[in-house]
Design a protein around this ligand. Structure first.
Ligand code: FMN
Length: 212
């Protein structure tokens, strides 16, 4: 008995695939860094006002809950690199839409040539548990101590323990004590663009929550 499968050659299959190309949604690219969105954080470092610097870092994230641990990946050629390596401390300052221009600027200019505090107008305040400064304008700053440095290639990964989290009390509801990061205009970075986080579409666990 005649069946389509028997008679369709590989060549014909390719032509059929091409005819349906409009419906083929996936395209393979070479391996690359495409885990987005990410924060565009301002990482601060340095032991004193003379040394204090900041650089923009998108390669950052949480890697452990208990103990709370974070990472940043930094290219060795950055001015900040030897400062972080030698001090073994840094602070991850989350950024907002109001800080977008300063965040971008700090990511395209080096502390080797500029005093980034003067140029961006951002305000350094002394750290609490680390010598690296906290950015006053940031809604949330995470003070970290480096535990290990892993050389990966273009970037070295600084694996660090969180020593302290500093929140701007402007975003803490005095009645509930809830910290609302979303009301700060928190910023995200995705494939070359900066975004202010917007529409709420659910809360942690909402998919399994029973209706009251
Ligand atoms: C959005 C954005 C993300 C960036 N992410 C990183 C990163 O994860 N690691 C890194 O080494 N450099 C990153 N950079 C580049 C540095 O911030 C930039 O080279 C900066 O000028 C280094 O400053 P410094 O020389 O004062 O340390 C990023 C830049 C931008 C604009």
């Amino acid at each position: 008995m005649f069946t389509a499968v028997d008679t369709v050659s590989e060549e014909a299959m390719f032509i059929i695939k091409c005819l349906f190309i409009d419906n083929m949604a996936k395209v393979s690219w070479r391996p690359g860094t495409m885990v987005y969105p990410l924060p565009a954080a301002l990482v601060t470092c340095g032991a004193d006002r003379e040394e204090w610097n900041m650089l923009t870092v998108a390669w950052t994230g949480t890697i452990c809950s208990d103990p709370a641990m974070c990472y940043i990946s930094v290219r060795p050629e950055r001015h900040s690199y030897p400062i972080i390596r030698d001090r073994m401390e840094f602070t991850i300052n989350l950024t907002t839409a109001d800080m977008a221009k300063a965040t971008d600027w700090a990511g395209v200019r080096s502390g080797k040539n500029y005093d980034k505090w003067k140029e961006t107008g951002l305000t350094p305040i002394p750290g609490e548990k680390v010598a690296s400064p906290t950015i006053e304008e940031s809604p949330l700053s995470i003070e970290c101590r480096v535990k290990s440095i892993v050389s990966l290639g273009s970037h070295d990964m600084f694996i660090a323990e969180v020593l302290n989290v500093r929140a701007d009390d402007k975003y803490i509801d005095p009645e509930t004590g809830r910290f609302s990061l979303e009301s700060s205009g928190i910023m995200a970075y995705s494939h070359g663009n900066y975004y202010e986080l917007g529409k709420l579409i659910g809360k942690f666990g909402f998919s399994v929550q029973k209706r009251k």
